[in-house]
Design a protein around this ligand. Structure first.
Ligand SMILES: Nc1ncnc2c1ncn2[C@@H]1O[C@H](COP(=O)(O)OP(=O)(O)OP(=O)(O)O)[C@@H](O)[C@H]1O
Ligand SMILES: [Mg+2]
Length: 362
């Protein structure tokens, strides 16, 4: 197998008539890295993959694989494999013929392509399935055949467009592990498109969050989850409680005290990567698992427990507080003591909130 090859997009953009599907995008995926492209429907994920694969020509910019500019090369000369959402196996061919297809196109002799197709099928744990047809396979098996087919030409880059979208939860989780394993073993540089935030966080080395034709934040799963830069990113990657307030002063490195709007006397801690100053108006994001529920005490947000749901590994509380329409969500590993009147105090540790870089409320 080839050694790990990096991928660069330089200022790549694309419009379809009046629709700007991609604003000039620059992105590097390291050799052997798995990068997840995450974003809502229509934000340009598939367009990005199609441009990398060569099915779509960019209006501006270039695509570089390794040290080679491939912008003007046809798809079959780019050394990449692609798996689409609906597997798109050829229905009139056997599993073996499906997998060997890319080799046949390259003029590889039948004995050799049969041998390589077998090897690929055993890589995806489908040895012995050569003579079956696509309709005789389960969704997960079809997905693996599609993967074997995309790997048989020995690509250095693998593009996956929602490859697990059609599978049920258990099978999807198993396939996530298998894909990861194969990608590691073959040192493949991989972009996986998903709209499932959990899948993006568990599978990838880095996540690029897209919105409206551009990447709004790239980082490791923990960076993206714990230090979202904007409200959009914080809310797209799980649940976030957003609070507005005014910066009081610093409280150590990157840490600040913030007076929350409408809550006189509730001074909360928050981290900020962007420079801020006392008096600045800011938005804070607090993950539900960072919110602690306890007896009402001074300096805490007073809230009313509206609902409690057991979610298997944690308890989810929905709360309301005066002067705020949006509910507050707090997750806790154990069940909390809630007084009869349902009134509790809420707080978070100084590093439990992040200052967002969105325009602050006036
Ligand atoms: N061939 C095309 N002609 C016209 N418009 C297109 C074409 N392909 C994509 N678009 C538009 O470009 C935008 C981005 O589409 P794209 O398919 O990249 O989104 P996506 O992020 O993959 O969405 P989804 O999650 O729904 O698959 C959309 O507004 C879409 O309607
Ligand atoms: Mg798409």
């Amino acid at each position: 197998m080839t050694s790990a090859v990096p991928l660069h997009l330089n200022e790549v953009s694309k419009s379809f008539g009046p629709v700007q599907a991609l604003k000039p995008m620059t992105l590097t995926v390291d050799g052997g890295e798995m990068l997840a492209l995450l974003g809502p429907s229509g934000c340009g994920k598939t367009t990005t993959l199609r441009i990398i694969a060569g099915f779509e020509e960019p209006d501006t910019g270039s695509v570089v694989i390794g040290s080679r500019d491939v912008t003007d090369l046809p798809p079959n000369k780019r050394g990449l494999g692609m798996v689409f959402q609906n597997y798109s196996l050829f229905p009139h061919m056997s599993v073996g013929e499906n997998v060997a297809f890319g080799l046949k196109m390259r003029g590889v002799a039948i004995a050799e392509r049969t041998r390589q197709a077998r090897a690929m099928l055993s890589l995806v744990r489908l040895q012995g399935f050569e003579d079956r047809h696509a309709h005789q396979l389960s969704g997960g098996q079809q997905q693996r055949v599609a993967l074997a087919r995309s790997l048989v030409t020995n690509p250095s880059i693998l593009l996956l467009d929602e490859p697990l979208g059609a599978l049920d939860k258990n099978l999807r989780e198993r396939m996530q592990f298998e894909l990861r394993e194969i990608q590691n073993r073959l040192s493949l540089t991989c972009i996986i498109v998903t709209h499932d935030q959990e899948e993006a966080l568990t599978m990838s080395n880095r996540v690029a969050v897209m919105s409206d034709g551009e990447i709004v934040q790239v980082g490791t799963p923990t960076e993206i989850y714990e230090r979202p830069r904007t409200r959009f990113v914080s809310e797209f990657l799980g649940t976030a409680n957003i609070f507005a307030g005014t910066v009081v002063g610093p409280d150590g490195d990157e840490a600040w005290n913030v007076d929350l709007d409408g809550k006189p006397g509730t001074r909360a801690g928050a981290r900020s990567e962007a420079p801020i100053r006392p008096g600045h108006r800011v938005l804070l994001a607090v993950r539900p698992e960072q919110l602690q529920i306890g007896p009402v005490a001074s300096g805490m947000i007073t809230a009313n427990v509206k609902d409690l749901v057991f979610r298997g590994s944690y308890f989810a509380y929905e709360l309301t507080t005066e002067g705020r329409d949006a509910p507050i969500f707090a997750y806790s590993q154990r069940r909390q003591e809630i007084p009869a009147d349902g009134i509790v105090g809420l707080r978070w540790r100084p590093d439990g909130a992040v200052v967002l870089q969105d325009a602050p409320p006036s």
